[in-house]
Ligand binder design. Structure first.
Ligand SMILES: C[S@@+](CC[C@H](N)C(=O)[O-])C[C@H]1O[C@@H](n2cnc3c(N)ncnc32)[C@H](O)[C@@H]1O
Ligand SMILES: O=S(=O)(c1ccc2c(c1)CN[C@@H](CF)C2)N1CCSCC1
Length: 282
C-alpha cells in the first residue's frame, strides 16, 4: 500500500473512532451523571477521606496561591457541573463554561438562571469552598451570585478540533489566562494518541505563561454516562499524564493523586484514582 493510501486509510479510521465516541455521548444523561458522581457515597462531605474535600482543596490552593491570575478563565468540558469553578470565580472576572453537548449547556444555563430548577443542589459544594476561603458557610449564596456574575457565556467545544472553540473570538487574542478541565480529555478520547492531541488543542486556547488545572481519572476504562450508557475512557497512569504534559510543552508545577477508597468504587465506572495537575504554559 503506498504512503498516501496508507495515510488516507489511517485518517478514515481516526474519523470512525471519533464518530463512535460521538455516538456514545448521544446517550449521555446529565441527571444520571450527577447522581452517580456528585451525591453520596462519592460526594460525602462528612468523610475525612472523601474525594470531595480533596478535589475542592486542590482547586482552592491552585487558584489562590498567588501565581494564577488575569482576566479570563475557561472551563473545558464543563459537563453539568460547576464545582470546578467555585474557587476560580473569585479570581477571574470573565469565565467561559464549555461543553460538547447541548443537554449539558442547558443544565448549566438552568443553574445559572437561578430558578432553583437545576438537577443537583450545589449548596454543600458552595459552602465547603466558602469554608476553604475562611468565610462562613452561610456566604454560599454570595458565592453563587459571584459565579453567576462572572460567567460570560456557555460555549460549544470539541477538543478533537485543532481550534476547539467555534467562537474563540470571544477570547483575548493571546488566549485565556487559565484553563481548568475535569474528567474530560480521557473521557472523550478513543486512545492515548487522541488524548495527547486534545491536550495540545486546548493548549492553543491558553496564553503563554498561563496555567492549566487538569483533574482526571486514573486507571479508568469506562464510565456510565446514563442508564445503560457505557462510555469508553482511555486508561491513564501518572507517568502517561506527565509524559503528555511534557510532550505538549507544559511545565509541571504540581501533581497530586487520590486513591479511591473501595466503597467509592460503586460500579458506575472502574476508576481507581484521581489526579490533579497544575501546569504552566511557557
Ligand atoms: C466525564 S464528563 C466531565 C464533566 C465535568 N467536567 C466533571 O468534572 O464532572 C465529560 C464531558 O466531556 C464532554 N465531551 C464529550 N465529547 C467532547 C468533546 N469532543 N470535546 C469536549 N468535551 C466533550 C461531555 O459532554 C461531558 O460533559
Ligand atoms: O472524583 S469523583 O469521585 C469523580 C467525579 C467524576 C467522574 C469520576 C469520579 C470518575 N469517572 C469520570 C468519568 F469521566 C467522572 N468525584 C465525585 C464527588 S465530587 C469530586 C469528584
Amino acid at each position: 500500500m503506498d504512503r498516501d493510501v496508507k495515510k488516507e486509510k489511517e485518517g478514515n479510521e481516526r474519523e470512525k473512532d471519533i464518530e463512535a465516541m460521538v455516538a456514545c455521548y448521544q446517550g449521555f444523561d446529565p441527571v444520571a451523571y450527577l447522581q452517580y458522581n456528585y451525591t453520596p457515597p462519592r460526594a460525602d462531605f462528612d468523610r475525612p477521606d472523601s474525594i470531595v474535600p480533596w478535589k475542592l482543596g486542590c482547586l482552592h490552593r491552585a487558584f489562590t496561591e498567588g501565581d494564577v491570575g488575569g482576566k479570563v478563565l475557561v472551563d473545558v468540558g464543563s459537563g453539568p457541573t460547576i464545582y470546578q469553578v467555585l474557587s476560580g470565580c473569585e479570581v477571574f472576572d470573565t469565565l467561559f463554561l464549555t461543553d460538547f453537548l447541548e443537554v449539558n449547556r442547558q443544565e448549566l444555563r438552568r443553574w445559572l438562571g437561578g430558578e432553583g430548577c437545576s438537577s443537583l443542589d450545589w449548596t454543600p459544594y458552595l459552602q465547603h469552598v466558602c469554608k476553604l476561603e475562611g468565610r462562613s458557610p452561610s456566604a454560599w449564596s454570595e458565592k453563587a451570585a459571584r459565579l453567576r456574575s462572572v460567567v460570560s457565556d456557555i460555549l460549544p467545544i470539541d477538543v478533537h478540533r485543532s481550534s476547539p472553540l467555534q467562537s474563540s473570538a470571544k477570547l483575548p487574542g493571546a488566549g485565556a489566562d487559565c484553563l481548568v478541565s475535569c474528567f474530560c480529555l480521557e473521557s472523550v478520547s478513543p486512545d492515548l494518541t487522541f488524548f495527547n492531541r486534545a491536550l495540545g488543542h486546548i493548549g492553543g486556547l491558553l496564553r503563554p505563561g498561563g496555567h492549566l488545572l487538569l483533574i482526571g481519572a486514573l486507571g479508568e476504562s469506562y464510565y456510565m454516562g446514563g442508564r445503560g450508557v457505557r462510555i469508553p475512557v482511555v486508561p491513564l497512569d501518572e507517568a502517561q499524564v506527565c509524559a503528555s504534559l511534557k510532550a505538549c510543552g507544559y511545565t509541571l508545577v504540581r501533581l497530586e493523586v487520590y486513591t479511591l477508597p473501595q466503597d467509592m468504587r460503586v460500579g458506575v465506572d472502574d476508576v481507581t484514582g484521581v489526579f490533579f495537575v497544575k501546569a504552566r504554559k511557557p
